[in-house]
Unconditional design. Structure first.
Length: 196
């Protein structure tokens, strides 16, 4: 990466922007654009951790979970306390039916700055382990405590909470949470579709 500055920084910024747009619009072509931006490192095992995290996000979007996990495992080996790597790996474990493994990564999200993120991660894992109501209750408390959290983090928390409430069949509360996510602005397609 250092050898490619400023190109490397521009490529990473482009990949990040494309991924964010891909999340908001559910347009897979944008993930392809992100992949193209990372082309110099796409097949490299020695890519910087930052690139491995972006590469894992793209691979996760295309359901290439084994490849995404390999990138995340390498990122965590290099930076054990990297919160993005831990959260991403936890959510892949949840998507592939391994909530116990996800709980280990959630537990590694420690520190005052990561309390809401840890609650989101743990809440999702607990809900998929059959403790949906307890998970929802804990996440509601965490959201109330974290008044200074960013809008993006609050939307993430409310989206996970709505998903947990969906699993519990609490449609009225689910609707209310998705409406709050959409009212916060820049709602992504997934939130709008879930509300519909």
């Amino acid at each position: 990466l250092a050898a490619l500055v400023p190109f490397g920084r521009r490529a990473i910024a482009l990949a990040r922007a494309a991924i964010e747009s891909g999340r908001n619009t559910a347009d897979p072509r944008l993930y392809g654009q992100a992949e193209a931006a990372l082309a110099p490192w796409w097949a490299s095992r020695s890519a910087p951790t930052e690139v491995k995290l972006l590469r894992a996000t793209i691979r996760q979007a295309f359901h290439q979970f084994d490849l995404a996990l390999a990138d995340l495992d390498a990122a965590i080996a290099a930076e054990p306390d990297n919160p993005q790597a831990r959260l991403s790996r936890a959510f892949i474990h949840l998507a592939t039916g391994a909530p116990r493994k996800a709980e280990q990564d959630c537990a590694a999200l420690t520190g005052a700055q990561l309390q809401l993120l840890q609650a989101i991660c743990a809440g999702r894992a607990e809900a998929l382990s059959g403790k949906g109501q307890e998970a929802a209750d804990q996440l509601i408390k965490a959201i109330a405590r974290e008044r200074r959290a960013s809008i993006a983090m609050k939307k993430f928390a409310l989206t996970v909470l709505a998903d947990i409430k969906t699993g519990l069949g609490d449609w009225a509360t689910t609707t209310r949470y998705y409406q709050q996510v959409i009212a916060a602005g820049s709602a992504d397609v997934a939130a709008v579709a879930a509300l519909a």
